[in-house]
Structures are given as structure tokens and as C-alpha cells.
Design a protein around this ligand. Structure first.
Ligand code: 9YT
Length: 132
């Protein structure tokens, strides 16, 4: 069994900071769960264009408000506490935070460690492993 505390993980290398967001990577590849699990904070005013070409991602909003736009179709969906979205088609999207949002995110295949978005908004399948 694996048990970790968000507060402890936040103060470790599991916390990744990037422009407009930070992510605390609670479960990663080397936990052998078949997915990774992150608690991500999207900052107020963030506008993030992403395209996870190598991963499937599901996101659940725990707090805050924003929206997600499907870049291909132009469709916009509001996000508030209780909203889940799944990028089942590797959908290119723009995530906007109208307020700071706290999100629970799952990635398949699991992230390895310290991934941040590349120029096309994807995570590469290589990264530095986090062990603790
Ligand atoms: C919700 C979202 O896609 N945020 C970007 C960060 C990502 N979820 C991560 O690495 O945890």
C-alpha cells in the first residue's frame, strides 16, 4: 500500500512549478499503478494551451472556476467544482482559470516525474524520475 500526504509532497521534489500552474505529483510511473495522479493548481488568469499527444488525461475540479476550450471544434465548457473533463481524443485544448482552481488529474501512461509542457503543449515520454 502507498500512503502519502499532500502537505508533505508539496514540500518535496514532487511539486513542479511552471507558468500558470503547479502540480504535486502524488503517484508516478515508479509506483506501478498504470496511471499517475496529481493535485494541480491553476492560477487565476492563467490561459494554458495544451496538447497531450502522448497521454490521456482526466481532470476533476475541486475548487475554483474556469473554462476549457476544444481548439479543434471551438466548443467551450465551463469548469466549476464537480466538473470532470477527459481528453479521450488527445484533444488540443485551452484551459482558462477565472479563479485559482484546484484540480485532481490522472494521466495514462503515468508521468515519470518532472515533466513540463514542450512547445506544442505536450509532455515528452522522457523525464527525470522522482523517488522518495
Ligand atoms: C489541468 C492541467 O492540465 N494542468 C496542467 C498540469 C498537469 N495537469 C499536470 O502536470 O499535473
Amino acid at each position: 500500500m502507498i500512503v502519502r500526504q499532500l502537505q508533505t509532497a508539496k514540500d518535496s521534489t514532487r511539486r513542479i512549478d511552471s507558468t500558470g500552474w503547479n502540480s504535486v505529483r502524488m503517484l508516478l510511473t515508479n509506483d506501478n499503478m498504470g496511471f499517475s495522479f496529481h493535485i494541480t493548481t491553476i492560477y487565476e488568469g492563467a490561459e494554458l494551451e495544451m496538447h497531450y499527444q502522448n497521454h490521456l488525461e482526466s481532470v476533476y475540479c475541486m475548487s475554483g472556476r474556469g473554462e476549457i476550450q476544444n481548439v479543434t471544434t471551438g466548443e467551450v465548457h465551463p469548469i466549476s467544482p464537480g466538473t470532470m473533463y477527459a481528453l479521450d481524443k488527445h484533444d488540443k485544448h485551452i484551459l482558462r482559470g477565472f479563479e485559482e482552481m484546484s484540480m485532481a488529474c490522472v494521466f495514462n501512461p503515468p508521468l515519470i516525474g518532472n515533466e513540463v509542457h514542450n512547445d506544442s503543449g505536450a509532455y515528452e515520454l522522457t523525464a527525470q524520475t522522482i523517488t522518495d
